[in-house]
Design a protein around this ligand. Structure first.
Ligand SMILES: Nc1ncnc2c1ncn2[C@@H]1O[C@H](COP(=O)(O)OP(=O)(O)OP(=O)(O)O)[C@@H](O)[C@H]1O
Length: 492
C-alpha cells in the first residue's frame, strides 16, 4: 500500500492509486458538488470553529507614504544606453515607484534604504545603479548582493544578467548546497557581481585562496530585515568586518521594515537616503486576501476542496514545517493535483528541480516552507494558500506577495484553525483591517472528508517508511557533511 505513493517531484501528475475511490478525484469532486447542490439542506452541518471577533487593527509605526519622484521612461534617469536598451528589451516601459525613488539618489552615490511592496521591482531598483556605475569602472569583485535563500540569489543573478548582458557583465552565484571547488573556480574568473547567501560567502572568504572583497564598491542586502535576524546576524557581522566600509556604497531593500534595519544603518550605512514607497506591512491593492475558518481535523479536506475550486490555476501552498510540505505535496499528487515540494530538507538539485517544474508549469502547485516566502518572482502564481498560518506577521506579507506581482491580480487564502486565531488577529492588526471570510460549500467538504483522510493516512505511512530508510542510509554520511552544511544557514 505505502509503496504506491511516489515522490512528488519525480512523478508525472497523473498517478495511479490502487484505491479506486482515489482515482479521478477532481472529476468526482465536481460531480459530488453538483449532487450536493440538490441536497444541500439535508447535509450534516460542519461544526463551526470557535470564532473570535477581531479588532480593526491599525498599522503600527506606519511610514508616511513618500511623494515619489515621477519618471515616464528610463531614458530620463541618465543611464548608460546599454541599460536603457536592456530595460526596453525586458518590457520595462517606465520605472516603478521604488525605482523612480531610489535610482536617482543611488546614481549620486548615496546609500539607500529601499522599502516597497512585494513585486514592485526592487531588484532592478538596486541592480540598475550598480550596473550603471560598473559601466564606468569595470572592476572585478565590484558588488556583492546578499540574499537569504539560494533560490532568491539565483533569481537576482538572472536579473543582473538580463540587465547587464549587453554590457558584458560577469556574475556568479555563490550559495550553499553547491560544489565549493566549482564556485572557487568561478570566483577566480573575477566576476563583477557576486550574488550570495551569507554562510557560503563567508566560507569562501575564509577558505578560497585569492578571493577577497577588499575592493568591494557596493554591498546590497536584499530582504535586509531577514538577513539581520538572529539566524543570519552572526555570519553577517563576520562578513561586514572583512569587507571595507570606506568607499563602499550600501543598499538595504525589503518589503517589510524592522528596527533591525535601523541597527544596521548605525553599523555600516553612511547618511542613507530612505526611499519608502509603501507603509509598513503594506500589501498591493491588486491582491485579494481572505481566510477560511477550519474546524478541527478538517484542514487537509479544506485544502483539497480549495485546490479543486481553483483547478487549472497555479498555487503556492505554504506550510510551517518541512515535514508538512512533503506530506501535503505527496497528498496532492496522490489525489491527482500536480504538486511539488520545496523545503530545506531537499538537496539543492531537488530544490532547483522542484522550482523549475513549477516555473515551467509542469506542476501547478508548489508546496513550500518559508524558504519560498521571500523574493521569488513567478508571474504565473494565481493563488497563495496559507495551509499553516505563519507565526511571524512579516512572513505573511512576503508569502502572500508571491502573487499579484508587477501590477497583476492575485488571491491569498489563509486556513485558520482554532489554534491560529491569535496569529491571524496579529496579522490583521498589522494589515490594519480584517480579512473577509471565504464562502465554502460545506456539502462538498463533507463528501470529501473520508477520501482525503484515507489518502492522508497512506501518505503518512509512506513518509514514515521513507524517513526510516533515510535515517538508516544517512548514519555514516552525516558527520562528514555536517560542518560545511552548518554554514548554510538558509537551509534551516
Ligand atoms: N519598470 C518595470 N516595469 C515592468 N515590470 C518591472 C519593472 N521593474 C521590474 N519589473 C518586474 O516586476 C517583477 C517583480 O520585481 P521584483 O522581483 O524585483 O520585485 P520585488 O519588489 O523585489 O519583490 P519582493 O519584495 O517580493 O522581493 C519582476 O518580474 C520584474 O521583471
Amino acid at each position: 500500500m505505502a509503496g504506491k505513493i511516489t515522490k512528488a517531484e519525480h512523478k508525472a501528475p497523473k498517478q495511479e492509486s490502487s484505491k479506486g475511490e482515489l482515482k479521478s478525484l477532481a472529476e468526482k469532486i465536481k460531480k459530488r458538488a453538483l449532487e450536493n447542490k440538490e441536497t444541500s439542506e439535508k447535509v450534516q452541518e460542519i461544526p463551526e470553529a470557535e470564532e473570535e471577533e477581531g479588532t480593526e487593527g491599525t498599522p503600527t509605526d506606519a511610514e508616511q507614504e513618500s511623494e515619489g519622484a515621477h519618471f515616464e521612461s528610463f531614458s530620463e534617469l541618465n543611464l548608460v544606453p546599454e541599460l536603457i536598451e536592456a530595460c526596453e528589451n525586458l518590457k520595462y516601459s517606465k520605472p516603478t515607484p521604488i525605482q523612480a525613488e531610489a535610482i536617482p539618489p543611488a546614481l549620486e552615490g548615496k546609500d539607500i534604504i529601499g522599502l516597497a511592496q512585494t513585486g514592485s521591482g526592487k531588484t532592478a531598483a538596486f541592480a540598475i545603479p550598480i550596473l550603471n556605475q560598473l559601466w564606468h569602472d569595470q572592476e572585478p569583485y565590484y558588488a556583492c548582493v546578499l540574499a537569504p535563500t539560494r533560490e532568491l540569489a539565483q533569481q537576482i543573478k538572472e536579473t543582473f544578467d538580463s540587465l547587464g548582458g549587453a554590457m558584458g557583465v560577469r556574475t556568479t552565484c555563490i550559495v550553499g548546497g553547491m560544489n565549493m571547488i566549482d564556485q572557487a573556480r568561478d570566483l577566480m574568473r573575477k566576476p563583477h557581481i557576486i550574488i550570495a547567501t551569507p554562510g557560503r560567502l563567508m566560507d569562501h572568504l575564509e577558505n578560497t585562496k585569492g578571493f577577497s572583497m577588499r575592493k568591494l564598491k557596493f554591498l546590497v542586502m536584499d530582504e535586509a530585515d531577514r538577513l539581520l535576524d538572529m539566524e543570519f546576524g552572526p555570519v553577517l557581522d563576520r562578513i561586514l568586518k572583512i569587507i571595507p566600509t570606506q568607499g563602499r556604497t550600501t543598499y538595504l531593500f525589503s518589503a517589510t521594515m524592522t528596527s533591525k534595519i535601523d541597527k544596521l544603518q548605525r553599523a555600516s550605512l553612511t547618511n542613507p537616503v530612505k526611499c519608502a514607497v509603501s507603509t509598513k506591512y503594506q500589501t498591493v491593492d491588486t491582491l485579494i486576501q481572505t481566510l477560511m475558518v477550519v474546524p478541527g481535523g478538517l484542514k487537509n479536506t479544506f485544502l483539497i476542496y480549495l485546490l479543486n475550486e481553483f483547478l487549472g490555476k497555479t498555487a503556492i501552498v505554504f506550510t510551517r514545517t518541512k515535514a508538512n510540505a512533503e506530506r501535503i505535496a505527496t497528498l496532492c499528487n496522490l489525489l491527482e493535483f500536480s504538486a511539488t515540494a520545496l523545503h530545506g530538507d531537499l538537496n539543492q538539485n531537488q530544490r532547483t528541480g522542484a522550482l523549475d517544474l513549477f516555473k515551467a508549469g509542469r506542476r501547478s502547485i508548489l508546496v513550500a516552507t518559508d524558504v519560498a516566502a521571500r523574493g521569488l518572482d513567478i508571474p504565473s502564481v494565481d493563488i497563495v494558500i496559507n495551509y499553516d498560518i505563519p507565526v511571524d506577521s512579516k512572513s505573511y506579507i512576503h508569502r502572500v506577495g508571491r502573487t499579484a506581482r508587477a501590477g497583476r491580480s492575485g488571491k491569498s487564502i489563509s486556513l485558520v484553525s482554532q489554534y491560529d486565531l491569535e496569529l491571524i488577529l496579529r496579522i490583521e492588526d498589522v494589515l490594519g483591517r480584517k480579512l473577509p471570510k471565504e464562502n465554502v460549500d460545506k456539502g462538498v467538504i463533507l463528501s470529501l472528508r473520508d477520501t482525503v483522510d484515507k489518502a492522508n493516512g497512506e501518505v503518512v505511512m509512506e513518509l514514515n517508511r521513507r524517513n526510516k530508510e533515510k535515517i538508516a542510509r544517512g548514519k555514516g554520511r552525516r558527520s562528514r557533511m555536517h560542518s560545511r552544511e552548518n554554514m548554510d544557514k538558509e537551509e534551516q
